[in-house]
Ligand binder design. Structure first.
Ligand code: HEC
Ligand code: HEC
Ligand code: HEC
Ligand code: HEC
Ligand code: HEC
Length: 482
């Protein structure tokens, strides 16, 4: 085939193919564009792709794509300049003759290609932002590091809420802030300088009005709610005991009484001062009413020393001070086993199963071989003490072992030094189960104001205890609950 010297094709070859710089740029852009478009098509068709491929295709490849695009014109000018110098012309004056139709044609083609490139770029930018906001990206990219949070999130009431909806929220400034901190985190992971475990609370977490309150609005009235807790004792029969509470959650515009109506009333601001990194010990609570009245409650009536004040953190109380585990919910062995027994995932007719499983879990704190330890501990117990049960209910014992190992894997993460009780839960006050005094951090009757008022611990203020650890509570029978 011969190519006419002034055809568009010839001009294109002249522009793109005559020198190695342009050729390199063209090759780079074309190949990365093909890979990116291929990847986008695959994800749109619903193919599962490994997380690292996402980073490569949506964050790194676009860089090479743009680099290629920049190299092309550099090459063209370099080539023209070289040619001009070779022909003895003034290198500083390279002209493009727009009168020649083939030059105009080539320029038209270039414009078309640039348009296509811009379209690819727009699509890629959109997809990469979307991708970086996905739970998959946040949870799986740094694999080991985010494993505890990712695992707990996946089995929580918020498993369909993406990480960024709580951790970044809407708006450009926080988006940029998050990306900057993201870069720092990538380095920390690459250099292994991150903390084990990831510390809690999150420093500079966005206030809940911009995150939680995008979905839950404070004025929503939630009234009273019955909460039934089933516990299993560690006797042979694994006796189930019920505790029933009528939680006075409250809420609504008017402050009708209850937990929410007092605490999230917009006309009142609660600020607290703490010297504890985990905010578990609260030194001072300051309540500011709408009319400007301020009441300060001091722990044991004592002032903070100037040294304490220098390191103290002051914080406006919001949803997260009570609901600090709405999604990364870790359990202690006892409560996790109670749930599994109650849900029928562990057969409660296995003698002493609560006791032996709790012992196994308490012993398995994050050392190598923990899963085997759980297995042998449970099996050998039945083989030694209950031979007939071991034979008759072998499948139930298998099930129990798997479930107990599952509980372990959802709560203990040796690689991140996360074990039972690493992350306190502030929602209640049962220290053994939450690893936190929770509400009693303030409601302890010993945070005192100047006029002698305290933050109360009255047992009926937050809930009415309908039944407490009873086998067959009358209150639940009256309600028709089982
Ligand atoms: C429903 C809201 C919500 C969602 C969704 C969410 N988080 Fe969190 N996350 C929180 C809250 C609240 C805290 C605790 C904040 C505090 O106490 O300061 C937290 C804490 C963390 C911490 C610090 C360690 C800890 O447990 O306190 C990490 C790391 C984390 N989240 C990562 C993630 C990842 C990864 C995802 C997605 C897989 C995610 N989060 C999804 C609300 C959320
Ligand atoms: C994108 C929307 C969204 C955001 C953001 C969100 N939630 Fe939720 N939340 C929900 C939905 C939906 C449910 C109901 C889930 C269900 O019943 O399975 C829920 C349930 C809850 C519950 C009840 C859980 C239970 O055990 O039944 C609490 C408490 C809660 N959210 C607190 C929070 C807090 C605190 C934050 C902020 C850190 C937050 N939510 C952020 C949508 C959201
Ligand atoms: C003073 C502590 C505290 C604060 C602050 C607080 N809550 Fe709650 N919230 C509770 C308690 C306690 C419950 C009842 C939990 C239970 O029964 O398991 C609850 C229940 C809920 C529920 C479940 C309601 C239901 O009907 O099941 C949601 C949703 C919720 N809170 C959202 C929020 C949001 C959003 C905020 C911030 C605007 C907030 N809470 C602030 C303590 C608090
Ligand atoms: C940072 C301190 C702090 C924490 C933590 C805290 N509270 Fe409070 N709470 C207060 C203060 C201060 C008051 C107002 C006391 C007063 O003036 O009577 C209050 C008032 C209340 C009231 C209203 C009492 C009334 O007189 O009607 C309820 C209900 C309540 N809190 C529930 C809770 C629950 C439930 C939790 C835990 C999930 C909790 N609080 C955690 C500081 C706190
Ligand atoms: C400041 C509010 C508040 C006060 C005061 C309070 N509680 Fe509670 N209580 C709670 C909350 C919140 C929960 C947790 C509900 C949940 O698990 O979601 C709880 C849970 C409980 C439970 C169930 C524990 C479990 O196994 O989950 C019992 C029992 C209980 N409280 C008894 C008491 C008694 C007895 C008193 C009086 C000394 C008292 N409470 C005072 C807020 C309070």
């Amino acid at each position: 085939m011969t190519i006419r010297k002034d055809s568009k094709l010839a001009i294109l070859i002249l522009l793109f193919g005559r020198n190695w710089i342009t050729l390199f740029g063209t090759g780079l852009t074309t190949s990365t564009a093909m890979m990116i478009v291929g990847f986008l098509t695959a994800t749109m068709l619903g193919f599962e792709t490994p997380p690292y491929l996402g980073i490569l295709m949506l964050l790194i490849m676009p860089g090479f794509f743009v680099l290629g695009l920049l190299i092309i014109p550099i090459g063209i000018f370099w080539g023209k300049r070289k040619k001009a110098v070779a022909e003895g012309a003034d290198a500083a004056h390279i002209t493009i003759n727009l009168r020649r139709p083939e030059v105009r044609g080539a320029l038209g083609l270039i414009t078309l290609l640039t348009g296509a490139n811009l379209l690819i770029m727009a699509l890629v930018s959109y997809r990469s932002v979307e991708y970086m906001d996905s739970t998959e990206f946040c949870g799986k990219t740094c694999h080991t590091v985010m494993k505890p949070e990712f695992t707990a999130h996946a089995v929580s009431p918020h498993s369909r809420v993406s990480c960024v909806e709580c951790h970044i929220g809407p708006g450009a400034p926080w988006f940029v802030k998050a990306k900057i901190s993201g870069v720092r985190q990538v380095f920390a992971v690459a250099l292994h300088t991150y903390e084990h475990p990831i510390p809690t609370p999150v420093a500079n977490l966005r206030p809940s009005r911009d995150t939680c309150e995008q979905c839950h609005w404070p004025q929503k009235f939630t009234g009273d709610r019955v909460k039934v807790v089933t516990e299993y004792t560690d006797d042979e029969k694994n006796t189930a005991l019920k505790t029933a509470l009528l939680m006075h959650i409250g809420g609504g515009e008017l402050g009708t009484g209850g937990i929410h109506s007092w605490h999230i009333d917009p006309r009142r601001k609660t600020t607290y001062v703490t010297t504890d990194r985990q905010r578990q010990k609260i030194d001072l609570v300051r309540v500011t009413e709408a009319d400007g009245t301020v009441t300060e409650y001091k722990a044991d009536g004592k002032d903070l020393t100037p040294e304490q004040l220098a390191t103290a953190e002051t914080r406006i109380m919001d949803c997260i001070d009570c609901h600090n585990r709405p999604t990364h919910i870790y359990q202690m062995p006892g409560r996790a086993l109670d749930d599994a027994l109650h849900g029928g995932r562990i057969d409660a007719s296995l003698p002493f199963v609560k006791k032996i499983a709790a012992e196994a879990l308490t012993e398995a704190k994050g050392a190598e071989g923990d899963l085997e330890l759980i297995d042998t501990k449970i099996r050998s117990f039945y083989q030694e003490k209950y031979k007939d049960v071991a034979a008759a209910k072998a499948d139930k014992i298998d099930e129990a072992v798997r479930e107990v190992q599952g509980i372990y894997s959802k709560n203990v993460f040796p690689d991140m030094s996360v074990t039972w009780g690493t992350y306190p839960n502030n929602i209640g006050h049962t220290v053994g189960e939450n690893q936190s005094p929770g509400c009693f951090r303030c409601h302890d009757d010993s945070h005192v104001s100047a006029d002698g008022k305290t933050i109360k611990q009255d047992c009926t203020m937050c809930h009415t205890v309908l039944a407490m650890q009873e086998e067959n509570p009358a209150a639940l029978q009256d309600l028709g609950l089982h």
